[in-house]
Design a binder for this molecule. Structure first.
Ligand SMILES: [Ca+2]
Ligand SMILES: [Ca+2]
Length: 425
């Protein structure tokens, strides 16, 4: 299997080197093979702005650039050919520390601000250089956008979006019966192998802040950040690693399998130090980029933040929440419950939801502490569509970093013994 990627390259070379070779060389196939080697990029020249907060001067030359002498924004209509996660590079020059970020879908009807890059620091530099983040999600099609300078002053040449990983919808969806009397296992990962099972999980990658100004760079299939040890999945956040402030991992079943209804349970031990934010949750399979949320729905089975873990006892707090278009975090009315969990960071506990066609109930160690039953319409109840499982360990950000970081900590572990999905039959 490993040699397979070389085959189209070799074939393309043969086709290019031997054009006289008569039989069965069809032109469209040749073009497709050659095109596949080209990276998907979208280049937006700053000087092509359709609008701006104030009239910044465009300087012609090599390169041509917009001289943003103060904070403000430039607007654009950007079209993406392929949905997926992109590297976002701003080519710029600044005399003093400046901050740049990209706002997507400025025409959204919800009054939302979609920051899809977090803060990109432009450091003082005599020459134009590129500053970038990775993993920003963009759906295909037109995106009305703003490029913001929120601090300092900078000369902006262009912004380049490069596809890193194409979006993959889930090819398989499991719908669980919820009208019987016995729980029947339909899907699980016991994490018993010697590596993460890539037939069940894929990775969300990058460091764009994940909508919450989080610090970590999520890596792809890197054992330092996601591995199997003694029957557990270990997600490790590592400080000052790989040139990043923090690295970590976020595993998702998206692109493999999604789920509709059922009991979803996992057994885990969360990390304890200030600054971490561990989560086991679901996100709608219809999520492609930030405009999809919260219409796709989200069920947070467990969230735990390190600053709530008691240093002496290791006791902590489990949070369960759902996010729907009617009730969600960005408008501050999401519906949550909390439960104190003894020794949450020292021992394994089970965290579960029972998701029926009309209710979401959450449990810690089989004890219910949460109920969401608002289902009058699609805005309250987007949960008649399949969801993907996600396991991740974030560092910092709006919640995890709300009380700062423990600067002495260099590693945090989120350990998961299993994930199981059941039907009631
Ligand atoms: Ca330019
Ligand atoms: Ca296990």
């Amino acid at each position: 299997m490993k040699a397979q990627p070389f085959f189209p390259v070799l074939l393309a070379m043969i086709l290019l080197l031997a054009p006289a070779c008569e039989p069965a060389v069809e032109q469209p196939e040749t073009s497709a093979l050659v095109a596949a080697a080209e990276p998907v990029t979208v280049v937006v020249e700053a000087e092509s702005a359709t609008g701006s907060s104030t009239s910044f001067e465009t300087i012609q030359g090599d390169p041509a650039y917009v001289d943003m002498t103060s904070v403000g924004w430039l607007s654009y209509e950007v079209t993406f050919p392929v949905p997926g996660r992109y590297r976002v590079q701003v080519y710029a020059r600044a005399d003093a520390a400046s901050t740049f970020w990209v706002e997507d879908y400025i025409d959204n009807p919800d009054g939302r601000t979609y920051n899809v890059t977090g803060s990109i620091a432009i450091t003082p530099n005599a020459d134009f250089s590129d500053y970038f983040v990775e993993g920003s999600p963009f759906n295909t099609g037109p995106h009305p956008m703003k490029f913001h300078l929120s601090e300092g002053a900078a000369k902006i040449d262009r912004v380049v979006f490069t596809l890193m990983k194409e979006h993959q919808p889930s090819p398989q969806s499991l719908t669980q019966k919820m009208d019987g009397s016995e729980w029947k296992l339909v899907w699980s990962d016991e994490f018993e192998g010697d590596a993460v099972d890539q037939s069940k999980w894929t990775y969300d990658i990058g460091n764009w802040g994940w909508g919450n100004n989080e610090l970590q760079y999520y890596t792809e299939a890197r054992p330092e950040n996601a591995r199997i040890e003694n029957g557990n999945l270990i997600i490790e956040a590592r400080k000052n690693d790989m040139g990043q402030t923090w690295t970590s991992a976020r595993l998702t079943t998206r692109g493999k399998v999604s789920f509709l209804y059922g009991k979803i349970e996992f057994r885990a031990r969360v990390p304890r130090e200030k600054g971490n934010w561990a989560a086991g949750w679901t996100l709608g399979d219809s999520y492609v980029d930030e405009k999809s949320w919260p219409y796709c729905g989200e069920i947070d089975i467990l969230e735990s933040v390190g600053y709530e873990v008691n240093d002496e006892t290791s006791d902590g707090i489990a949070h369960a929440t759902v996010h729907t278009p009617a009730y969600y975090f960005k408008i501050g009315n999401q519906i949550s419950s909390t439960k104190e969990v003894p020794n949450i960071a020292g021992e394994f506990h089970t965290y579960a939801v029972e998701w029926t066609p009309t209710e979401v109930r959450a449990y810690v160690d089989d004890e219910q502490y949460y109920l969401y039953d608002k289902n009058a319409n699609d805005l309250e109840w987007p949960f008649n569509q399949p969801q993907n499982l996600i396991l991740n360990l974030a560092m910092g950000g709006g919640w995890g970093g709300a009380q700062g970081m423990d600067e002495t900590v260099t590693s945090q572990l989120f350990e998961i013994d299993y994930v199981r999905v059941y039907a009631l039959e």
